[in-house]
Design a protein around this ligand. Structure first.
Ligand SMILES: [Zn+2]
Length: 81
């Protein structure tokens, strides 16, 4: 358990936002990063933090297929020459 006094002086090293303790982690209220707590000591390092899942660049939904059948290049050319 992290003391309130400690939480009040802690700030997110990434965005300087306020943090709170949640699920045995330190959660930034501003950018949503969560920082681990080891031996009751918050590890306030960006390298140790985890981003919220909705901002993850590793989302399996993000890569778009380049072979989309709706490509505008496949539309017929205008014939009014
Ligand atoms: Zn932050």
């Amino acid at each position: 358990m992290i003391s309130k006094e400690l939480l009040e002086i802690l700030a997110c090293p990434d965005c300087k936002g306020d943090v709170k303790e949640k699920d045995k982690k330190i959660l930034c209220l501003q950018c949503g990063r969560s920082y681990p707590i080891r031996d009751d000591i918050p590890v306030m390092l960006i390298e140790e933090s985890t981003l919220p899942t909705f901002l993850s660049p590793l989302s399996p939904l993000s890569p778009l297929s380049p072979l989309s059948p709706l490509s505008p290049l496949s539309a017929p050319l205008p014939t009014n020459v």
